[in-house]
Design a protein around this ligand. Structure first.
Ligand code: FPP
Length: 263
């Protein structure tokens, strides 16, 4: 009962937030094909904080607000899947305090955003290696998965303890195991088989990859899956990345023609 009331209240507040102008903008973007899957390298939190004389974690705190803003924007548009690069296997090299802070974010997000995500019918997932993550982080992820598993709307994936080369190596190891045990025959090795052994097995490949903060590289993110994705870069740091900038990326995507190697 209380949960239903909460849901209604969230829905009501969200509805009120959508202005007439906002609805028109969304309707106009929806006239052309939308990317089914958008993947984002959320970069620049540290530099955003430094510029303001704040500790790096203040940048991540501000970055969380952008996570919420862009999740809402993607969901309102009708994007099927949104994947956010949240912690790479290389990020363990950061100062301990910062790593601890980042590992606490899933719990915080669970506390602050679960009700809204459920009311939006969003499914939450994690892409990455569970091994190595602290128990409290894994626990929050399990709770997210459990609470949203029946949802049928947008799939929101957090790439956590994620490294694309490691993902490919694990996929190959599992394929070899399955071949040795006879579960797979040796003549079935093709692109689609490899895709089925990646963390993203049930997701379409990203149509659009966005990276903020001026770096123009992929940084070991979805190397296999980004083969034909449109790439979009901005100098804006992740905490300042607005809904309008997200729309801009979508519009640019819609203007590009994707030929997949054909003429
Ligand atoms: C890059 O900025 C950002 C990250 C390493 C992590 C960002 C994570 C979030 C904003 C939230 C994730 C949310 C959940 C629920 C897991 P940077 O620190 O590399 O910035 P810099 O390049 O300026 O130093």
């Amino acid at each position: 009962m209380i949960r239903a009331l909460k849901k209604w209240l969230i829905g009501y507040k969200e509805e009120a937030r959508q202005t007439e102008e906002g609805r028109e903008r969304i309707a106009s973007l929806q006239k052309a094909p939308l990317p089914r899957h958008v993947a984002i390298i959320m970069d620049g939190n540290g530099r955003w904080a430094k510029k303001r004389g704040l500790p790096r974690v203040a940048g991540h705190r501000a970055g969380m607000k952008t996570v919420r803003r862009i999740t809402r924007a993607a969901d309102d548009l009708g994007i099927e899947a949104l994947t956010l690069y949240s912690f790479s296997t290389e990020n363990w090299k950061r100062p301990k305090d910062e790593v601890n802070y980042l590992m606490g974010l899933p719990e915080e997000f669970l506390r602050t955003d679960l009700d809204e995500l459920v009311s939006r019918n969003i499914r939450v997932r994690m892409l990455g290696e569970e091994e190595g993550l602290p128990e409290h982080t894994l626990d929050a992820i399990r709770k997210f998965k459990e609470a949203t598993k029946e949802n049928t709307g947008m799939i929101l994936s957090f790439a956590l303890n994620y490294g694309s080369r490691a993902e490919i190596i694990h996929a190959i190891e599992r394929i070899i195991d399955d071949m040795k045990s006879g579960k797979l025959s040796k003549d079935v090795l093709d692109e689609s088989l490899i895709g089925q052994y990646l963390y993203t097995a049930d997701l379409p490949d990203p149509d659009l990859m966005i990276r903020t903060s001026g770096e123009v590289r992929i940084s070991n993110f979805m190397l296999w899956q980004l083969a034909y994705s449109e790439l979009w870069f901005t100098d804006v740091q992740w905490p300042d990345f607005s809904k309008e900038m997200f729309y801009q990326a979508i519009e640019d995507f819609q203007r590009r023609s994707r030929r997949y190697g054909a003429v």
